[in-house]
Design a protein around this ligand. Structure first.
Ligand code: SAH
Ligand code: SF4
Length: 356
């Protein structure tokens, strides 16, 4: 696993602007208004810019036809901060996986998951991931770099533009560990809510658990759902699956989760990947129920999606049902996430920055 940032620059014209170095994407209405005024334009152009960036998905200033022609050309080199499409694959269930190339040439993965009523985007928070979970393709590939907030917002706009309909839900379940990139994640959540117009209640941030960061996330006092990737009902088992559990033990994680509930008054969703013969036995379900005593629980079971690097097994439906029933008997609300997009390698845990 590589922990050092990779400086790849394949086909990457870093669009440097003589006018502005930080991209426009990610900026609020107020700062966009100041930006246009600083360039001699009236304040209402700030609102127009905001609308074209976040609602119409403009990729460059010359596209903004409501702006005066001469100014559009003058501002042609301004860096909006959009990625370029590197690869796109559609699964038979309509799920679309995108590989997006960032301005420094790095590639990330994002997934659009449509249903009749919803369009969910599964966003990445980092290129790669340093956590090295044994069952996860992203973890196997190692860490490359954090994403900036506009690179997270860009993923949502890309999916919105491609589907031609509004994104309704966002889950931070793509590449990376969001709580290791908390500043950018919080900034992007704010922008997605205030500028793109997606309700906080429609957003979920998933974490494997990072010491002190769940508390920090709680202090932001958001209406966003926190999902904690538990995956094991005891410390010994968790350590085998998630290397960071050695340093941040299960009792500490559960204490911090209790603190989160106290600070926010919100429920936590606990995610539990089901690995056949490893953590899916009846005794694990009973142990999990005991571990979660005192929480107003919701457990999301995720049958393992195969990746090439390891040979875990996806449990059969009887095993899944049995696990579910034991939790239900212990008064735990359970859902099973039958992942979408398996055929496009776009399902949970299968994300990696390649077409493989
Ligand atoms: N790093 C964060 C968010 C990204 S992973 C986290 O771990 O929570 C998003 C979800 O996909 C996590 O619950 C993760 O455990 C799950 N996942 C990873 N690999 C998987 C696999 N091979 N099959 C099914 N789910 C997987
Ligand atoms: Fe990182 Fe989450 Fe994958 Fe673990 S499961 S390696 S934390 S992306």
């Amino acid at each position: 696993m590589s922990l050092s940032p990779k400086a790849s620059n394949i086909n990457s014209p870093v669009i440097s602007s003589p006018v502005l170095d930080s991209p426009l994407l990610g900026q609020s209405l107020e700062s966009l208004t100041t930006w246009v005024q600083d360039r001699g334009q009236p304040a209402y152009r700030g609102r127009q810019l905001h609308q074209w960036l976040y609602q119409k998905g403009a990729r460059s200033l010359p596209e903004i036809t409501v702006f005066p022609q001469a100014w559009r050309q003058e501002m042609a080199q301004v860096n909006i901060g959009r990625s370029t499409l590197h690869y796109r694959a559609i699964a038979p269930d309509g799920t679309i996986k995108y590989l997006l190339q960032l301005q420094d040439g790095e590639i990330l993965e994002t997934v659009g998951i449509p249903t009749a009523k919803r369009l969910t985007v599964c966003v990445s928070s980092q290129v790669g991931c340093a956590m090295g979970c044994d069952f996860c393709a992203t973890g196997k590939g190692g860490f490359v770099r954090h994403l900036q907030s506009h690179e997270i917002v860009d993923q949502v706009l890309t999916v919105q533009n491609d589907f031609g309909r509004r994104v309704s839900h966002i889950v931070f379940m793509g590449m990376g560990e969001p709580l290791l990139n908390l500043d950018s994640v919080l900034k992007s959540l704010h922008c997605l809510n205030k500028d793109v117009g997606i309700g906080q209640r429609q957003m979920t941030v998933s974490t494997v658990g990072i010491a002190k960061r769940i508390r920090q996330f709680a202090k932001a006092q958001l209406q966003i759902t926190l999902a904690v990737s538990l995956h094991a009902s005891n410390q010994a088992l968790r350590e085998k699956l998630i290397p960071s559990a050695l340093r941040y033990a299960l009792p500490q994680l559960m204490d911090e989760c209790r603190e989160y509930v106290k600070l926010t008054g919100r429920r936590i969703t606990f995610e539990y990947i089901l690995l056949g013969g490893v953590n899916d036995l009846p005794q694990h379900a009973v142990e999990l129920a005991h571990l979660l005593r005192g929480f107003q629980n919701h457990v999301n079971l995720i049958p393992y999606n195969p990746i090439s690097e390891v040979d875990y097994q996806r449990p059969n439906s009887q095993r899944i049902q049995q696990f579910q029933e034991i939790l239900t008997k212990h008064h735990i609300a359970v859902s099973v996430r039958y992942s979408r997009g398996l055929e496009a390698d776009a399902a949970c845990g299968q994300l990696r920055a390649s077409r493989a």
